[in-house]
Design a protein. Structure first.
Ligand SMILES: [Zn+2]
Length: 350
């Protein structure tokens, strides 16, 4: 038994601002989240030769675990956000997931909306904090495992709260800013909402605070109208109309999650496909191949964590051979900039 299948789709659907009615319908609830992508441990593959021609840099798959928590209108998170006992069980499962990530040598972008942060502030007490060095959960995770766990903002616009407000809440508890936008709309073009990150975004409820997004993770479609982006790679989107084409004059970097990113549905098949293709010689050297495994944080349970651990362990030969690097999203982008000289690579664009 894996995590409760609450959402048939992993992509945040567009109507971030509208919400409740759509979300009570499991079919309509595509807006549960956006997702995923991959990252790798930049430290393990730093190019030792600064003058090396990037054309000769071996292609590798950079993979990342990515999770979302949501707002009260999300059927998976509603019971977790409404009841302290349920919330603290999920906090425990989140710690268990973190320990699995550390144990397996994987990497995780935990992407959070504002409601989970509010309930941490309200419901963590001395007993919980004693388990996490006296620190609130996300501060503990990023302080303790900075090479393997980062926390990024995720948000569905709601009155008074946008991405910059979530970033302000993370800053207030001492979580490092990653610059990662944890989910956005890219299609249809008239609904695309990522261009607002081309300049600092002003918070709505934190006067004087603004946030500069730098990395776009989780391209989703409005109302799940498709086509979903199942691209892999790193590039700088040209425009809303031409999202998957690189324009080196643009500053925002998009990272692809590839196919079947939602782990409870795809069992990691997209990542395995990329690794098999790489091993078979399908890609020219110099490719930063990316994939994500996506999770609903509110659905974390022992069985799902165990399944993920088994899957990650099954890929150890690829890690040992240098084909697979686990890394957080910001670390993948850093490796792309330093080792691959920001050479764009886009595979399987819709
Ligand atoms: Zn979401």
């Amino acid at each position: 038994m894996r995590w409760v299948l609450i959402f048939s789709l992993w992509a945040c659907s567009g109507s971030s601002g509208k919400n409740d009615s759509a979300e009570t319908n499991a079919e309509a609830d595509t807006d549960a989240d956006t997702d995923a992508d991959a990252d790798a441990d930049a430290d393990t593959d730093t190019d030792t030769d600064a003058d090396a021609d990037t054309d000769t840099e071996p292609s590798r798959v950079y993979a990342t675990l990515v999770s979302h928590n949501e707002q009260d209108n999300n059927p998976g998170c509603a019971p977790v956000l409404a009841d302290r006992i349920e919330f603290l069980k999920n906090r425990r499962s989140t710690l268990d997931f973190a320990e699995m990530v550390v144990r397996t040598g994987a990497a995780w972008d935990l992407q959070t909306d504002f409601r989970y942060l509010e309930q941490l502030a309200e419901w963590e007490d001395a007993a919980e904090l004693a388990e996490t060095d006296g620190k609130t959960l996300f501060k503990y995770l990023t302080d303790t495992y900075p090479d393997q766990i980062v926390v990024d903002p995720h948000n569905h616009d709601t009155p008074g709260i946008n991405y910059a407000d979530v970033a302000a809440m993370l800053e207030a508890i001492g979580v490092p800013d990653t610059g990662v936008v944890g989910g956005f709309l890219y299609y249809p073009a008239e609904d695309a909402d990522w261009q607002r990150f081309e300049q600092p975004l002003d918070a709505l409820s934190h006067p004087g605070f603004s946030w500069q997004g730098q990395i776009l993770w989780g391209p989703a479609t409005s109302g799940h109208s498709g086509p979903d982006s199942e691209a892999s790679g790193l590039w700088r989107p040209t425009s809303a109309e031409d999202f998957h084409t690189d324009d080196p004059t643009q500053s925002l970097v998009a990272i692809g999650m590839y196919k079947e990113a939602k782990f409870e549905e795809g069992d990691g098949a997209g990542l395995v496909e990329l690794l098999d293709d790489l091993e078979a010689g399908a890609f020219e050297p110099g490719a930063v191949i990316t994939a994500s495994l996506f999770y609903d944080q509110c659905g974390f349970d022992d069985a799902g964590i165990s399944d993920t651990e088994t899957f990650i362990d099954s890929l150890s030969d690829h890690v040992d051979a240098g084909r697979l690097v686990w890394a957080t999203v910001p670390d993948v982008v850093e490796t792309w900039r330093t080792t691959y000289e920001s050479n764009p690579w886009v595979h399987n664009a819709p």
